[in-house]
Write a protein that binds this ligand. Structure first.
Ligand code: ATP
Length: 355
């Protein structure tokens, strides 16, 4: 059994089912993110694990205990909200110590634990300030310290960084991950930001309308998504639909009389309709003459988009537009240039078309 076990959890409001029979095991010491678009049920699931929301059915176990009927305070969890939810009239120190005060912790132990928590989030110098005298990042550190000072069995975070601007958010991501690893804390992190989920997590849950669409490592979610939904939600993807045919020893989808796209791992699918995809960084642009020899797909450069550290070509491909990462070592192309696309597409296992 995992540190957190979610067994057949469902939640409905009237006839609307927000969660449908969710099963999930969170391993001890793991950083697991729940990722999905607005309204897919991520916060509802986290709030049910925390005891802030009652499930319509199913059970929650934390650290081996069935906590389904337990109130929040009995569950030994730390919870951090998106809007920090600090007590405005209490100092940083008291915001962090309040949970221990309510549990009747002796004052020497209380002082030692709060001081330790303040040091972990580097706020020792600001212990006497009020929350209104802190920046957004500092407020979120107080919220984190308030959660970890209770030495919880699990840490639950509901979009804790989304109110922060981009640079601060990136700094806080590193701090959060370091803290979580130092303490070995089992952590569930809700976010709609795919990069944040991929960079922080040991595993990622991708949710879709109240169900888990995929649960896997960040690498597998990105490189081997199980469906078009996951491929689209986690990163950029361009899709090809068609029948797999053999071209020598290589399996391809034929896109036109003189154009094919090779598809990886499609040996078992010859003659079947499939959906395959490529990511922008999997494609290399080449001079169009290569196309004639190898039946490579070709497109027309629409424009180059510059982002500072990298740039993308937007390529017109039939009536669709494809994004291709520009490689610093590859030849430059101009708007209007015809280019051949060298790449290998990957199959989406759950999206086979009719034969
Ligand atoms: P967001 O990223 O916008 O917070 P989310 O994935 O966390 O989205 P939830 O907050 O879990 O989504 O909500 C899931 C669905 O349940 C939504 O369609 C929402 O409107 C609905 N919902 C949430 N709380 C209630 C409620 N108290 N009564 C009725 N419907 C609710």
């Amino acid at each position: 059994m995992g540190q957190i076990s979610v067994n057949r959890i469902s939640k409905s409001w009237g006839s609307f089912a927000a969660l449908e029979s969710i099963d999930l095991e969170v391993r001890e010491g793991e950083f697991l993110s729940i990722l999905g678009p607005s309204g897919c049920g991520k916060s509802t699931l986290l709030r049910i694990i925390a005891g802030l929301e009652e499930p319509s059915g199913g059970e929650i176990h934390i650290a081996g205990r069935n906590v389904t009927r337990d109130p929040v305070w009995k569950r030994r969890i730390g919870f951090v909200f998106q809007n920090f939810a600090l007590w405005p009239h209490l100092s940083v120190f008291r915001n962090i110590s309040m949970g221990l005060e309510l549990r009747g912790t002796p004052s020497a132990e209380l002082r030692a634990r709060v001081t330790e928590a303040l040091a972990m989030v580097q706020l020792e110098a600001l212990a006497d300030r009020l929350p209104t005298q802190l920046s957004g990042g500092q407020q979120q550190r107080v919220a984190l310290a308030r959660a970890i000072v209770l030495k919880p069995d699990v840490l639950l975070l509901d979009e804790p960084l989304s109110a922060l601007d981009k640079n601060l958010r990136q700094d806080m991501q590193v701090e959060l991950k370091t803290l979580q690893q130092t303490l070995g804390l089992t952590t569930v992190f809700v976010t709609h930001d795919q990069e944040e989920a991929l960079s922080l997590s040991d595993r990622v849950v991708v949710m879709n309308k109240g169900v888990i669409e995929q649960l896997d490592t960040p690498h597998a979610i990105y490189n081997s998504p199980v469906s078009e939904y996951v491929a689209r939600f986690v990163g950029e993807a361009f899709f090809f639909r068609g029948q797999i045919e053999n071209r020598g020893a290589i399996q391809c989808i034929r896109l036109a009389e003189d154009m094919v796209i090779p598809v990886e791992g499609a040996e078992q699918h010859v003659g079947r309709g499939v959906v395959a995809f490529v990511r922008p960084e999997w494609v290399t642009l080449d001079a169009p003459k290569a196309q004639e020899e190898q039946e490579l797909p070709r497109g027309v450069v629409d424009r180059l988009m510059f982002f500072g550290q990298s740039s993308d070509y937007l390529i017109k491909f039939g009536d669709r537009q494809m994004r291709v990462k520009r490689r610093p070592d590859a030849p430059e192309f101009q708007a209007g240039d015809v280019v051949a696309l060298r790449c290998q597409a990957r199959l989406l296992p759950n999206e086979a078309l009719a034969p």
